[in-house]
Design a protein around this ligand. Structure first.
Ligand SMILES: NC(=O)c1ccc[n+]([C@@H]2O[C@H](COP(=O)([O-])OP(=O)(O)OC[C@H]3O[C@@H](n4cnc5c(N)ncnc54)[C@H](O)[C@@H]3O)[C@@H](O)[C@H]2O)c1
Length: 346
């Protein structure tokens, strides 16, 4: 049985990241599209010859749907998700699913009340860099990890709703679901404290285009996440362990290994000897090339189909998505108060 699907919001992301796999995969049938923009509606009709709406509540009343994919502005996600769930539809909600933890909890409540599935879209969890790095860390190629930095840099200037507070734009909500979530997933431990700064540097509008966050996990791993205005030649990941460092630059992973001789405990050496021991034992650099740093829709959508059919557990649990939202809230609160925010232990 095909999964009867509607796309709510046929804009930049809805018409590509989501429409493409729905069109190509035999698991799905695109039944309807809803958008308020005349050009978007025309594009969708010409491509799919499906029913087109500009009122999503009307679409929910008239259509029999197994799944609604919501790809509208951030400020619209919670209300639309709750309405879709209430009308008995499963929902895939793009990132950021919620603008704060209050919204996330409201959507979870609506999902429980309806008995329908709520699937937060966090494609970076399928990112080739994250998946490869998980393997490398588990193999202990750089030993015990004590610090992870995840960064994106660019000089691009936006001119859309993402630059407006009114629509809950801003780069923390836009990029945080990738750049804060990925290193936390990699380290795999709860975060106990957060510091954050937001700045508006070159974008128009009234929200941040730069964020910088420092988090500490329960096992004292330091995580730094940032979206910044700068040269895109800087590494996207730097992962430091007690036996080496991994750099990710775009789609290339560089592994620098340094093994201390068994007898060498750096704590027992003087400064000079400590430096010599580590320098002498550099083991070399490996290079790995990857693809799809922010996940591949053609891989994620078949998983979504299996999850809807009850054959697999959806990889993004509601608890983990709520934890991410709480982290983004804490980064904003740290920025507003100038303080480190401690997160309650479970
Ligand atoms: N990698 C990713 O997962 C990824 C990438 C880009 C965007 N996104 C997310 O997708 C969402 C949309 O971003 P975008 O860049 O595609 O924005 P967009 O502005 O291009 O698209 C939003 C669409 O929603 C439509 N819309 C607005 N109000 C509506 C309403 N009441 N009913 C129906 N349609 C309505 C607009 O007309 C527009 O076509 C954002 O939340 C963004 O964070 C995710």
């Amino acid at each position: 049985m095909k999964i009867k699907t509607a796309i709510l919001g046929y804009g930049r992301s809805g018409s590509t990241l989501h429409a493409d796999p729905i069109e190509k995969l035999s698991d799905f049938e695109l039944t309807a599209v809803c958008d308020i923009d005349a050009k978007a509606k025309e594009k969708a009709y010409n491509r799919f010859k499906c029913r087109i709406y500009d009122d999503y509540l009307e679409m929910l009343r008239k259509e029999t749907l197994d799944l609604v994919v919501i790809v509208t502005r951030n400020d619209q996600h919670c209300q639309m998700t709750c309405d879709c769930l209430k009308s008995g539809k499963n929902v895939l909600i793009t990132k950021p699913w919620a603008i704060n933890a209050g919204e996330a909890r409201a959507m979870i409540k609506a999902a429980k009340a309806s008995g329908k599935m709520l699937l937060p879209w966090l494609p970076a969890r399928w990112g080739c860099d994250l998946l490869k790095l998980k393997e490398l860390i588990a193999s202990r190629v750089i030993g015990k990890v004590f610090q992870v930095r995840r960064s994106e840099f660019s000089f691009s200037i936006r001119h859309d709703w993402q630059t407006s507070k009114k629509f809950n734009g801003g780069y923390l909500l836009n990029w945080g679901p990738h750049l804060v979530d990925q290193p936390v997933q990699l380290v795999g431990q709860p975060v106990k404290s957060v510091y954050g700064e937001l700045k508006q540097i070159i974008n128009p509008g009234d929200v941040e285009d730069v964020f910088f966050a420092v988090m500490k996990t329960e096992d004292n791993v330091t995580i730094v996440s940032e979206y910044n205005i700068g040269s895109d030649k800087l590494p996207n990941w730097i992962i430091q362990g007690d036996r080496g460092t991994i750099y990710v630059k775009a789609t290339e992973i560089e592994i620098h290994k340094a093994a201390l001789p068994d007898s060498a405990d750096p704590k027992t050496y003087g400064n000079q000897a400590k430096t010599d021991v580590i320098k002498d034992s550099i083991q070399g650099t490996n290079m790995i090339t990857m693809q799809n740093r922010y996940g591949d829709s053609m891989v994620i959508y078949p998983h979504i189909a299996r999850a809807i059919r009850g054959e697999e557990q959806y990889m993004v649990t509601l608890e983990s998505a709520l934890n991410l939202t709480k982290l983004l809230d804490a980064i904003r609160k740290a920025h507003e108060t100038g303080r480190v925010i401690c997160l309650a232990a479970k």
